[in-house]
Design a protein around this ligand. Structure first.
Ligand code: S3P
Length: 432
């Protein structure tokens, strides 16, 4: 994919697709609930279809009517043994959440993934599940994972790694477990699983202390299905927001965007940098905050962000690094160790690709330093993405200022945002 410079700004109303995290949960939770669930605005991307196909393979009746998806849930113990291994492509969320859910089922299952997912750490979910008596065999801590049938026992678990995927895998495991499972979380991670479980009637109690969140869940209570309307994805919006900020004469409106306070770090960070962003029509739907976002071109300043920001915006550092490359002063983003175990080693690729584009930057102790320049002296205009969708889209936005950039393996965009190029070009983009 080639991303080229634009001259007239980015303008109009962008169609951002449904939220990826909420879409996965909108398939998983209704599939083990009782009743019929109608899901509107589900993200139609490869990652989400891997989750959907997994549940079809486990006997759940799922109808796709193009405008919505209907899931016929039959309860906590209704899943059937799949005929084959469950292939999850590039999707870390599917892998971690399904490992948890399948640990307590009455059948053996095997989870596999693509080259990138097969390198990602799975011990982080397998180990706490083993505390609950799960029988999981990993391939040296990675996929393929073999999950043997087991009766899980309730446990008290400290969530040492800040990860919504681990927390969610454990919550799904505890749904089918006798007694009370208690999870203690010391850092904020996205809360879509607990929010949706609460609204489906799970026996769940959440207590927030100063620096700790305690989630207690009593298993064996059947869930009741509800219809779901998936809000649009803030993480996908971030590429459009930054392109409008850094390109003169831009004005964008993005409607119906999820503005969950456990995930809105990118908005806080960009505002701190002086971005003209307004959140309009703030409202709530199924306990998720939603708003419309109005953004215009801005003179950005650099900023320093502590590790607490990483908890609120772990997926947005690639695009934030692009914004910082066009600011008036340097930026430091601290505590980015978790970026190394995403769809790629994002810290390494942000550094390598920015340096190839001529940006002075460095990583020290997992902190990223960016010193913006007015003269981009290219070393190489080919962007290495290691099949990571967010690296590909972030550097596509970089290309709007300093292109042409040749972005390798850009089909990865289909994992989260298949309409990215079409939508971006409608607003004035030059991506081919
Ligand atoms: C996700 C959680 C995050 C995030 C990922 C989606 C989720 O991962 O990076 O894109 O839907 O729970 P971690 O929980 O591993 O931080």
């Amino acid at each position: 994919m080639i991303s080229n410079r634009i001259t007239k700004g980015i303008n109009g109303s962008a169609n951002i697709p449904g939220d990826k995290s909420i879409s996965h949960r909108s398939i998983i939770i209704p599939s083990i609930s009782n009743g019929i669930c109608e899901i509107n605005n589900l993200l139609r991307s490869e990652d989400v279809f891997h989750t959907l196909n997994a549940f079809k393979a486990m006997g759940v009746k799922i109808e796709d009517n193009q405008h919505n998806i209907i899931i016929h849930g039959k309860g906590l113990n209704s899943l059937e043994k799949p005929h084959d291994e469950i292939y999850l492509g590039n999707s870390g969320t599917s892998a971690r959440l399904l490992t948890g859910l399948l640990s307590g089922q009455k059948f053996r299952s095997v989870l596999t993934g693509d080259k990138s997912l097969s390198k990602r750490p799975m011990k982080r979910i397998a180990d706490p599940l083993k505390k609950m008596n799960a029988k999981i065999l990993t391939n040296n801590g990675t996929l393929p994972i073999i999950i043997e049938s087991s009766n899980l026992i309730s446990s008290n678990i400290d969530l040492k790694i800040p990860s919504a995927q681990i927390k969610s895998g454990l919550l799904l495991a505890s749904l089918n477990t006798e007694g009370t499972t208690t999870l203690k979380e010391y850092k904020i991670t996205r809360d879509h699983t607990e929010t949706m479980l609460e609204s489906f009637g799970a026996n769940i109690e959440i207590e927030k202390l100063e620096n700790t969140k305690i989630i207690k869940i009593i298993g064996k209570k059947e869930l009741i299905s509800k219809n779901i309307s998936v809000p649009n994805d803030l993480s996908s919006s971030a590429f459009f927001i930054v392109s409008a900020l850094i390109n003169k004469n831009s004005h964008l409106i993005l409607k119906n965007i999820n503005n969950n306070p456990t995930r809105n770090g990118i908005i806080l960070a960009l505002k701190k940098m002086g971005a003209n962003i307004s959140l309009l029509n703030q409202r709530s739907n199924n306990n998720e905050n939603i708003c419309d976002i109005d953004v215009t071109s801005s003179e950005l300043n650099g900023c320093e962000l502590g590790p607490e920001f990483a908890d609120l915006m772990i997926d947005e550092y690639p695009i934030l690094a692009i914004a910082a490359s066009f600011a008036n002063s340097p930026s430091i983003f601290k505590g980015l160790n978790e970026l190394k175990v995403k769809e790629s080693d994002r810290l390494k690729l942000i550094l390598l690709n920015l340096q190839n584009c001529g940006v002075n930057c460095k990583v020290k102790d997992d902190d990223l330093y960016i010193y913006p320049t007015k003269n981009f002296n290219f070393i190489n205009n080919t962007i290495q993405t290691d099949f990571d969708h967010r690296i590909a889209m972030a550097f596509a936005i970089m290309g709007t200022k300093i292109g042409p950039l040749n972005i390798k393996d850009s089909e990865s965009i289909n994992t989260s945002f298949p309409t990215f190029i079409e939508e971006f070009n409608k607003l004035g983009g030059q991506i081919f």
